[in-house]
Design a protein. Sequence first.
Lengths: 221, 250
Amino acid sequence: MNELELVKLAENPDPRAPCLLLLDTSASMSGEPIKALNEGLAAFYNDVMKDDLAKRRVEVAIVTFGRGGVSDAQDFVTVDEWTPPNLAAGGSTPLGQALENGLSLLKKRKETYKSAGLQYYRPWVFLITDGEPTDAWEEAAKAMKDEDANKGLLFFAVGVESANMTKLSDIASADRPPLKLKGLQFAELFLWLSQSQQRVSHSKVGDQLALPAIGWAEVST
Amino acid sequence: MRKSGQWKVVAASVAGAAHTKSGKGNEDAALCASLPDGTLILVAADGAGSAMCAAEGSSLCVQGALEVLQSHPLPSSPEGWETFLLELSWRVRSGLEEVALETDQTLKGFASTLLLAVVTKTHIAALQIGDGAIVIKTDSSLQRLTQPFRGDYASETIFLTSADFLEHASCKVVATSKVTAVALLTDGLEPVALNLAKDEPFAPFFEPLFSFAAKTDDAYTHGPELANFLNSERIQERTQDDKTLIVTVK
């Protein structure tokens, strides 16, 4: 009899890789931009689903700001249980409130992880806007940046088309200046995000993560 | 290697599917040796995924640890062992620094964890820097001997090359008479060998392994069997990292 066949494997839940998306759905996103954004989200879903490990570990949450004000459109859910949304555009740009809602969703999620004994990777927060905030944003942005500095999350900011990049530089972390999307290459951005999250979900932290090259952003001069 | 004194040893170290896919080899290293007086030395190391010379780093760690143990008189008291093991970690690290200098690389390029258990007639002395586990079986229980580094996030770890490695090094010494089995494993096996929420060894994983090792007359015959086990589908679908397992029973 082979003792090795008798070895039982412990069952442990998957660690989670939380990925929070703060998405501008204001009026200026109407038409081609929101269509490209929705296609990007579908591309993200399809790509992560190809990775058996990542689809169980990557958790997506979405906060939209624009149509209908700020909406917690999606609370954290593993990608394999997620259906990508079909977002509609309209309204102004309450970016500040979206940052606050996002931080609050993330805080709650970490508490859920802790009480369930789930391990998790450092969360990613991706802000995508094509304009500038129409609400008060300074405090929320500071809170976001402080969390990033304390390694509570990783904050990325992306400007699209006529985004106010100067304002976005104030919102983003000094160490991680905002990037400008090439045209409406949301699919490329979300494929990059998917590949990055797959690497995160397979990774060891304490170990510099090598991210795929960013082909979807304009290189600043 | 032949059984040392009363202890039977079986060991295996295999590359993980994730590493093979990306063209990397096994970046874990493992070594079992005995000294002329029968002292058993078990070492495992896990090279950091992003380190340029990860495989070399882990290999240098296990070799370095062995060299220190072979070239210095061993302590005879638990206090002596703790000092010795911390000095050993310094010496191994210096060895990495030398190689880094010689090859014009950064020290970080050789980042690796280190798991070491020395089994003498009187004491089992263990050192852990980073993740993975050193587990012992006594009459009453199965438990971690040393403690891993635990950060805020999943799989967060430190390496021998980290600036604060000493602060987070875990040393433990117990009487050999109290222990009937020892296992060392790198973190690739943590998801299947430990109850992660409670951070406890999962007994149904270890007991059959100890029975397996007990039947070993010659590790050269059974090492490959253990390697096949680590490469088996049921393990691979749970963990794609490099995996090292060293098991010894009295």
